[in-house]
Ligand binder design. Structure first.
Ligand SMILES: *[C@@H]1O[C@H](CO)[C@@H](O)[C@H](O)[C@H]1NC(C)=O
Ligand SMILES: *[C@@H]1O[C@H](CO)[C@@H](O)[C@H](O)[C@H]1NC(C)=O
Ligand SMILES: *[C@@H]1O[C@H](CO)[C@@H](O)[C@H](O)[C@H]1NC(C)=O
Length: 160
């Protein structure tokens, strides 16, 4: 997985930034294990990014190890994540989560500048919960204090 991330970063670096072509980014797998499959596509027209989780379970543990790599298109003194969850086209949950706040930088990459490459492998805390059977669509957006998009993804979760 580490190799994949490095390859993806290099590829992101060298891929042309001409945004005139409306090609879709490839679909990446976050995890696929037992009854759960999670995959995503970048919905940022300018870049793709790498993300994976070490374990994949219907019973989401409060501490989850993830890997995340991308090139910053904006400064991230502050960074927020918005998540919108849908099933069969209807909205079931929205939430917003602060990742980097000026007086509470939770991660080592908080405060990095535009153009820098960030790579994070480690735990994240999340509310432990159980994913119910079904297929879900998730929209995720990372943005900074100026509401500029840092990354965007749409994901599908299939739990059987
Ligand atoms: C992302 O959205 C596009 C367009 O709605 C859709 O075709 C694609 O299947 C979605 N990808 C994932 C991984 O959910
Ligand atoms: C947000 O906008 C202000 C005013 O334009 C600017 O000084 C600041 O650097 C911006 N912050 C980021 C993280 O881009
Ligand atoms: C989530 O946000 C969208 C857009 O703001 C809104 O249309 C939708 O009703 C919200 N869903 C829930 C469950 O609050």
């Amino acid at each position: 997985m580490e190799g994949f991330m490095v390859a993806l970063l290099i590829w992101t670096l060298i891929s042309p930034t001409s945004s005139s072509n409306s090609k879709a980014w490839p679909t990446h797998t976050v995890c696929r294990e037992g009854n759960l499959e999670v995959f995503y596509q970048s919905c940022d027209p300018l870049q793709d990014f790498g993300f994976s989780a070490d374990q994949c379970s219907k019973h989401l543990k409060p501490k989850l190890n993830i890997r995340f790599g991308m090139i910053l298109r904006e400064d991230i003194k502050e960074l927020f994540l918005d998540i919108a969850l849908f099933t069969k086209g209807s909205s079931i949950l929205n939430f917003s989560y602060p990742i980097c706040e000026e007086d509470l930088p939770k991660f080592s990459f908080c405060g990095r500048r535009k153009g820098e490459q960030i790579y994070y492998a480690g735990p994240i805390n999340n509310p432990g919960f159980e994913i119910f059977e079904g297929e879900y669509q998730v929209l995720l957006e990372l943005y900074n204090e100026n509401r500029s998009t840092v990354a965007c993804a749409n994901a599908t979760i299939i739990c059987s």
